[in-house]
Design a protein around this ligand. Structure first.
Ligand SMILES: CC(C)(COP(=O)(O)OP(=O)(O)OC[C@H]1O[C@@H](n2cnc3c(N)ncnc32)[C@H](O)[C@@H]1OP(=O)(O)O)[C@@H](O)C(=O)NCCC(=O)NCCS
Length: 145
């Protein structure tokens, strides 16, 4: 990664950050989910949610979130909302972001990382395996409340 790219935790709300992140969210899923400012402020305020941004100058061109959760068995980290702007893909920036978040997780004493990825996300799935994630077979359930 050249020096023009930096990875930082987003710890202050700005309209620009909201706009850049929403642009990236549209590139993860076509569902069209967009954060409003209240949501972003809550995410930033939550000390166990590490919302990370990859910057080129002032512009956010990638994001990844690490959520730290203390549980009965272990201290777990959930990796969520990982995306690199489509104009910057294939330049090893995604690899850098996963490595960064893994080091961050180690620093805060997370014992195990978990993430979910649909099988059609070919590049993401290859990358996770290359970086040491194991495929765990499990039924994933959810319930909208
Ligand atoms: C997944 C994603 C973040 C990867 O970001 P990226 O910056 O393009 O990835 P990298 O350049 O670091 O490449 C990662 C690996 O995949 C390989 N790769 C990259 N683009 C590829 C492509 N189009 N086809 C095949 N392999 C590819 C690279 O060779 C690299 O492996 P290497 O480092 O051993 O050479 C990006 O593709 C993306 O945002 N996808 C859409 C959102 C998404 O699927 N997110 C994951 C949700 S679970």
């Amino acid at each position: 990664m050249t020096n023009k790219f930096t990875i930082k935790r987003i710890n202050r709300f700005s309209k620009k950050a909201l706009e850049d992140l929403n642009n990236l969210l549209l590139q993860i899923s076509t569902s069209g989910y967009q954060m409003d400012s209240t949501r972003l402020k809550k995410v930033i305020k939550n000390k166990n949610t590490y919302l990370m941004a990859l910057y080129e100058g002032e512009k956010i061109i990638g994001t990844i979130t690490l959520v730290s959760v203390f549980q009965i068995r272990d201290h777990k980290g959930y990796v969520e909302n990982f995306v690199i702007d489509e104009n910057y893909r294939g330049r090893k920036l995604g690899r850098k972001m996963i490595s960064y978040i893994t080091e961050l997780a180690k620093r805060i004493k997370i014992e195990k990382l978990e993430l979910k990825s649909e099988s059609h996300r070919v590049v993401a799935n290859m990358l996770y395996k290359k970086l040491g994630f194991n495929v765990v077979s499990a039924n994933v359930y959810d319930m909208k409340l």
